[in-house]
Design a protein around this ligand. Structure first.
Ligand SMILES: *Cc1c(COP(=O)(O)O)cnc(C)c1O
Length: 239
């Protein structure tokens, strides 16, 4: 099927279920992003800073760009002027840098706390206890140019649906706990970014509000040989 057909079908499903669709365009050329754009998609996710910056420069300015991959502190400055949502905030140090760069750009940058839910060693994210410790810290309360909108998680890459469902369920329960403890009066704290091509249906069933879907829209990613081993090893791979 074409990008337009894939996107339209998925977008209808997401709209019907009241879930926001992030079209993950990493490694995909600008023509293909424009095909999705022309089919009505305005929200795109990338996992590498350089690629995100280049695509932002070249493509229409009403696109909302999300960073979904691991972000290194020294690269925050490149995306701070325009990024709409950072899904992968996973340390106080990173949030402090996002805050600093946001202030320089006279912005408040929206972020999700990436929470570690998978049974795999390679995935980034905060443990449950670490996330709570971060939210309680006095340093965190000083940050005025970031806004925490919710949480993000990546489930284990497995065929075991029960395991995936349990991981998403845990993230949803954790989100509810954070909401109660830290964000009770904050209507903006409402997002749970979970679900990708292979598991978005399970994620929605467990309460996802944002799905990050790439290959179901754009087809399989072919990894350029010069990026092999860096770009696309794992979801959430290093920016
Ligand atoms: C690549 C990626 C996705 C999308 O993966 P697909 O399987 O192509 O849908 C979602 N989230 C993150 C963090 C990713 O890196």
């Amino acid at each position: 099927m074409s990008i337009t057909a894939n996107l339209t079908e998925l977008k209808n499903e997401a709209d019907r279920l009241n879930v926001k669709l992030i079209a993950v365009s990493k490694t995909k050329p600008e023509e293909e992003i424009m095909e999705a754009y022309n089919a009505g998609q305005r929200v795109f996710g990338e996992n590498q800073v350089q690629e995100l910056v280049e695509k932002h420069d070249h493509l229409p300015k009403d696109i909302e760009w999300h960073l979904i991959g691991h972000l290194q502190t020294n690269k925050v400055k490149y995306i701070a002027p325009f990024v709409s949502l950072i899904h992968s905030a996973d340390s106080l140090k990173l949030l402090a840098e996002i805050d600093k760069q946001a202030a320089k750009n006279n912005r408040v940058i929206e972020c999700l706390l990436q929470i570690y839910i998978a049974d795999e060693e390679t995935k980034f994210g905060l443990g449950f206890d670490e996330a709570i410790e971060l939210l309680r810290s006095p340093e965190f309360s000083e940050l005025k140019h970031i806004k925490i909108k919710g949480v993000m998680g990546i489930a284990t890459n497995t065929q075991n649906e029960k395991q995936i469902r349990d991981e998403f369920y845990e993230l949803k329960i954790f989100f509810d706990g954070l909401k109660q403890s830290f964000f009770k009066k904050d209507d903006g704290f409402k997002e749970i970014s979970m679900g990708m091509s292979s598991d978005y249906k399970l994620a929605i069933e467990q309460g996802s509000t944002m799905i990050r879907v790439g290959s179901t829209i754009f087809g399989k990613r072919i990894i350029p040989h010069w990026k092999k081993g860096i770009a696309d090893k794992k979801p959430g791979a290093d920016a």
